[in-house]
Design a protein around this ligand. Structure first.
Ligand code: WQD
Length: 320
């Protein structure tokens, strides 16, 4: 297939492009390089520089006869979305509407969309399956949920078939070491730990040690970015084969605490990685773990690289 990866020069997008090319697809990345990197474009892949807020550049890129698109161009900092909702409404929601209209006009009928576990909000039960109530706690999660709803209407009214992939905590780097582009100003746990290990920041702050978890620190479902990327290939195959839309969780089904990751990172890097225990970060639930039973059932997908060793080892290889 000929696939346009919108946001393809970003951290997850670059891994998705690699997986698509590994599976024999022809790939171009559409990216404005606001957080994406030129370094994340690989041999055999084309970069089309453009912005989802500019319908003209979208229209021109989409006029090239694509079989499918993957949309991962979004702002993703939950905390920032609460301070600047307009930025998130514009880019994430209006930007997606621009993409959907351009896809419709170009008669591209398949779209894989990067959604998020943030659509669920505070967990009512664990593990979280797709039937869990969707009550986002932050505006970022709201934008993802709103887009899922808009997608359902474009399916009904325009015949656009979509796969909304609700990622849990994406982490790690390509197991073959091909993707090395580091995120700028990361706020997520693993890159923060890696920057501290590499001497780029003084310490790691551990947000909360009094949660109701085994060691008191927050527990998350970290899913390796190669596993996530592979799910996009399977989702495209599903859309082509089944001709119907899909909303599905992608998680490892394993919970890891902040301290478990920190200890593993100290061992693998051989660095002391100074850590300071501080207060909880507002809005952080104690524990989030996915059920990925549905992904296994419909896509034949399961996480294969999402153990703590591989998550940390592949990250350290990129950061060291
Ligand atoms: C993980 C754990 C923190 C940083 C966010 C978004 C979510 C999704 C994934 C995109 C928590 C702790 C973190 C640090 C720490 N994004 N932590 N010190 O908050 O689970 O999810 O990214 O879809 O929408 O909200 O990820 O990596 O920030 O935190 O102690 O410096 O690490 O408290 O327990 P989070 P995270």
């Amino acid at each position: 297939m000929k696939v346009l990866v919108i946001g393809g020069a970003g951290y997850i997008g670059s891994h998705v492009a690699l997986s698509l090319m590994d599976a024999g697809h022809q790939v171009a990345a559409f990216d404005n390089l606001s957080s994406g990197l030129r370094q994340n474009i690989f041999p055999g892949e084309r970069l089309i520089e453009g912005d989802i807020m500019d319908p003209v550049s979208l229209k021109s890129a989409l006029s090239e006869g694509w079989d499918a698109a993957i949309h991962m161009a979004a702002f993703k900092a939950a905390g920032e979305s609460m301070l600047d909702p307009g930025k998130y409404a514009r880019n994430n929601i209006s930007g997606t509407v621009n993409i959907l209209n351009a896809l419709t006009e170009a008669e591209v009928k398949m779209l894989v969309f990067s959604s998020s576990a943030a659509v669920y909000g505070e967990p009512r039960y664990l593990p979280i399956d797709e039937k869990h109530p969707t009550e986002p706690e932050n505006f970022y999660g709201f934008t993802k949920l709103e887009i899922e709803r808009i997608l359902a209407w474009y399916d009904k009214l325009k015949g656009l078939k979509f796969a909304a992939l609700r990622y849990f905590n994406a982490a790690g780097y390509d197991v073959q070491g091909r993707a090395r582009g580091l995120e700028r100003n990361p706020a997520n746990l693993l890159p923060v730990i890696m920057e501290a290990a590499a001497g780029k920041r003084a310490e790691v702050q551990v947000f909360g040690t009094d949660y109701d978890t085994t060691d008191g620190t927050g527990v998350r479902d970290y899913v390796h970015v190669n596993d996530l990327a592979n799910a996009h290939v399977l989702a495209l195959e599903y859309l082509g084969r089944e001709g119907k839309s899909l909303t599905v969780n992608l998680g490892s089904e394993e919970g890891l605490s902040v301290l478990q990751i920190l200890e593993c990172a100290r061992r693998i890097s051989g660095k002391s990685i100074p850590a300071r225990m501080v207060a909880r970060r507002p809005g952080d639930p104690a524990k989030l773990v996915a059920s990925s039973a549905y992904a296994k059932q419909v896509l034949g997908w399961q996480a294969r690289h999402s153990d703590v060793e591989t998550l940390v080892q592949t990250s350290w290889k990129a950061y060291s």
